[in-house]
Design a protein around this ligand. Structure first.
Ligand SMILES: Nc1nc2c(c(=O)[nH]1)N[C@@H](CN(C=O)c1ccc(C(=O)N[C@@H](CCC(=O)O)C(=O)O)cc1)CN2
Ligand code: GAR
Length: 238
């Protein structure tokens, strides 16, 4: 058994009563880092039990290992189908019996069977004010359209790509001299605020997905989710 698997096997027995989450990544992992930092400050409501990446070159793997979190690479291109890849994901995820699966820059479309398995306990962060700009290249598309506001959305994952019920959005103003990198950086900064906050709400049992939609403290959320405006900074501003 490899080191990462050994440490991974042991992690499920540490502090068994704490809420656990598994984070899926594909790249830099700055949102993962925001979650790691929140956990380090006891502001996540649980522990990151494992990190899984579909890319072996994801810097987020370095972040996980430096934080002592078991990190597993499942190269999607080594699997014959999406179903086979998702089945391998399930096998690794379920070893940790997580309460929540968090997609943090995870760039693979998940199959309906996978989404059903984790319905109501899988979140994603998307770099747009959904339902605007589902899919990829959101910043370039927003700039091309000349929008005045852009941002990020945290939503429960559904079969409909980036179409699941939105929990929280954070908006940024788009300036005339914005380019893709500058806009992406400002949106990421907001992501690092709203994702740990939303994950904490779920881990604390405050956020649930009901058949009628997301509820926070048993109150229905506004259509389109709670919105942090460009001037709002923290949860207290919601
Ligand atoms: N069933 C769902 N799967 C995923 C969702 C979702 O809402 N429902 N969210 C995405 C995250 N995402 C945007 O937020 C996203 C990720 C990936 C893609 C995409 O087109 N992926 C391509 C490969 C792209 C690449 O490898 O660079 C693919 O899977 O063929 C679109 C949107 C996560 N999954
Ligand atoms: N469609 C999914 C998607 O585009 N997600 C986006 O990828 C970036 C990941 O950054 P990170 O790896 O530094 O967290 C984030 O901006 C996230 O919103």
């Amino acid at each position: 058994m490899s080191d990462s698997e050994t440490s991974e096997q042991n992690s499920q027995f540490e502090q068994p009563d704490r809420q656990r989450l598994v984070v899926l990544i594909s790249g830099s992992g700055s949102n993962l880092q925001a979650l790691i930092d929140a956990e380090a400050h006891d502001e996540l409501g649980g522990e990151i039990a494992a990190v899984i990446s579909n890319r072996g070159d994801a810097y987020g793997l370095v972040r996980a290992r430096e934080a002592g979190i078991p990190a597993v690479v499942l190269p999607h291109h080594e699997y014959d189908s999406r179903d086979a890849f998702d089945a391998a994901l399930v096998k690794v995820i379920d070893r940790h019996a997580p309460d929540l699966i968090v997609l943090a820059g995870f760039m693979r479309i998940l199959t309906p069977a996978f989404v059903r398995r984790y319905h109501g306990r899988m979140l994603n962060i998307h770099p747009s004010l959904l339902p605007q700009y589902r899919g990829l290249n959101t910043h370039a598309r927003a700039l091309a359209d000349g929008v005045s506001e852009h941002g990020a959305s945290v939503h429960f994952v559904s079969d409909e790509l980036d179409g699941g019920p939105v929990v929280v959005q954070a908006a940024v103003s788009v300036t005339p001299d914005d380019d893709e990198d500058a806009l992406a950086e400002r949106v990421l900064t907001r992501e690092h605020v709203i994702y740990p906050m939303t994950v904490r709400w779920f881990m604390q049992g405050r956020l649930k997905l009901t058949p009628e939609g997301p509820r926070l403290d048993n109150h229905p959320l506004p259509a389109g989710g709670l919105r942090l405006s460009p001037d709002d900074v923290t949860e207290e501003d919601l």
